[in-house]
Write a protein that binds this ligand. Structure first.
Ligand code: NAD
Length: 374
C-alpha cells in the first residue's frame, strides 16, 4: 500500500469483544472514493449485532456506519463532491444493477457484499496495522468508528454546512430506516393509525415520520418506560408497556378493530407475530428489526389471507440517500423532525459505555464525537 495515512480506529477483535482504540493506517482515495475526516458517528444496534456476529462480518474489523465528516481528499473520478464538503455517509450499493438503476439502491443485488463482507468489492482492505497486517473494513462502505473513513462518492451525501455536522451521522442508517419505512415503504396515510413495536432509535424515527404523514392515531409499544415517555413527548397518542398489557388487545381496542400500519423494530419473531395479529383488514406491517441470519417466524396463514394483510421487509427505509437525507435535514431545520431528541453524545474513548447504555435502554442513539469540523 502507498500513501498511508495514520488514523485512530475502534477495532472489534472477536465475537462480543469490547471496542479497542488502535493506531492504524488507511490508504489514500482513488477513482470514485473520498476520504472523510470523521467528526462524529452514530452507533446503531446493527453495529452491536455484527460485533455479536448475528451477521458474520469477518473480524477483526473496524465497524461504524453512521459517519458524518468533512472530505479531505478525493479520487480522480469523483465528479460532484469536493474537498471541504460536509457529508453524511450512508450504505453501499453498486449503482449499476437492475434495482439500483430503477431507483431502489437499498435492494442492490450486492447489498450484503458491499456492506457486510469486511472488504471492498474486489476483496481488498484499505486499513492495516503498522506491521501491514490487514484489518477488515468497508463496513457499510465506510467503517466510520475511526478518525478517517474511505467511502465512495455514491454513498457520501453532501449536507448543508449550516446544520451541526456532529448531529447528522445517524441519518445515514437508523434514522432514515425508521423514517423511510413509514414515508417510502408503508406510505402512511393522513388520518390513519400507526404502531411501532420497539421505541428505539428506529421506532421513534418512524413515529416522528408517521406524525409528518398525518397519522392521527400513533401508538408505541416497548418494555422500557423511559422510551415510552419519550414516545409520548414526540407525538404518540397512546403508549403500551407490553410487559404489563397485552399489546394486541390494547391496539385492537384503541383502533376499533386493528391498526392500518405497523413497524416491527425489535428484531424478535414473537413481536412480529403480535404486529401481524394487531393489523386491521388490509393492514400492512414493515419489518426492519434484524434477528440472527436464518431466523424463521410463525404467523396464522388464514388470518393473513382473509384479512388481506401485507408483510414487507425493509432495508434502510427503502431510501435513496442522496435525496432522502437532505429531505430529512430540511424537515429537521423546519422543526418537524426533531430527531436530536433521540441522541446522546459520547467521547471516542467511551465507546464501550455508549454500547452498554444503548443495550441497557439508557441511551437511544449514541453519537460518538471524534473530531471537530474545522
Ligand atoms: P434499539 O435497541 O434502540 O430498539 C429496539 C427497541 O425494542 C428497544 O427500545 C427495546 O426496548 C425494544 N424491545 C425489545 N424487546 C421488546 C419486546 N419484547 N417488546 C417490545 N419492545 C421490545 O435498536 P434500533 O437502533 O432502534 O434498531 C432496531 C432494529 O432495527 C435492530 O434490530 C437493528 O439491527 C435494526 N435495523 C435494521 C435496519 C434495516 O435496514 N432493516 C437498519 C437499522 C437498524
Amino acid at each position: 500500500m502507498t500513501d498511508l495515512i495514520d488514523i485512530q480506529a475502534a477495532v472489534t477483535a472477536g465475537k462480543g469483544a469490547d471496542f479497542k482504540l488502535e493506531q492504524l493506517k488507511i490508504r489514500a482515495p482513488k477513482n470514485n472514493e473520498v476520504l472523510v475526516k470523521i467528526v462524529a458517528t452514530g452507533m446503531c444496534h446493527t453495529d452491536l449485532i455484527v460485533r455479536d456476529q448475528y451477521y458474520p462480518v469477518p473480524l477483526p474489523a473496524v465497524l461504524g456506519h453512521e459517519g458524518a465528516g468533512v472530505i479531505t481528499a478525493i479520487g480522480d473520478a469523483v465528479k460532484d463532491l469536493a474537498v471541504g464538503d460536509h457529508v453524511v455517509l450512508s450504505y453501499g450499493y453498486c449503482g449499476s444493477c437492475k434495482q439500483c438503476n430503477s431507483g431502489n439502491p437499498a435492494y442492490c443485488v450486492d447489498f450484503f457484499g458491499r456492506n457486510f463482507s469486511g472488504a471492498d468489492p474486489q476483496g481488498h482492505n484499505a486499513i492495516c496495522r503498522h506491521n501491514h497486517e490487514a484489518v477488515h473494513d468497508h463496513f457499510f462502505a465506510q467503517s466510520s468508528f475511526a478518525t478517517y473513513a474511505l467511502s465512495l462518492e455514491n454513498n457520501a451525501v453532501k449536507v448543508d454546512k449550516n446544520v451541526p455536522l456532529e448531529l447528522l451521522g445517524p441519518l445515514g442508517c437508523g434514522i432514515q430506516t425508521g423514517a423511510g419505512a413509514v414515508m417510502n415503504t408503508l406510505k402512511v396515510n393522513p388520518a390513519s393509525s400507526f404502531v411501532t413495536f420497539g421505541a428505539g432509535a428506529v421506532g421513534l424515527s418512524a413515529l416522528l415520520a408517521a406524525k409528518i404523514c398525518g397519522a392521527t392515531t400513533i401508538i408505541a409499544v416497548d418494555i422500557v418506560e423511559s422510551r415510552l415517555e419519550l414516545a409520548k413527548e414526540l407525538g404518540a397518542t397512546h403508549v403500551i408497556n407490553s410487559k404489563e398489557t397485552d399489546p394486541v388487545e390494547a391496539i385492537k381496542e384503541i383502533t376499533q378493530g386493528g391498526v392500518a400500519f405497523a413497524l416491527e423494530s425489535t428484531g424478535r419473531t414473537e413481536i412480529l407475530k403480535q404486529g401481524i395479529d394487531a393489523l386491521g383488514i388490509l393492514g400492512k406491517i414493515a419489518i426492519v428489526g434484524a434477528p440472527p441470519l436464518g431466523t424463521l417466524a410463525q404467523f396464522d396463514v388464514n388470518d393473513l389471507l382473509l384479512g388481506g394483510k401485507t408483510i414487507v421487509g425493509v432495508v434502510e427505509g427503502s431510501s435513496v440517500p442522496k435525496t432522502f437525507i437532505p429531505e430529512l435535514v430540511t424537515l429537521y431545520q423546519k422543526g418537524l423532525f426533531p430527531f436530536d431528541k433521540l441522541v446522546k453524545f459520547y467521547d471516542f474513548a467511551d465507546m464501550n459505555q455508549a454500547a452498554l447504555d444503548s443495550q441497557n435502554g439508557i441511551t437511544l442513539k449514541p453519537i460518538i464525537r471524534i473530531a471537530n469540523s474545522n
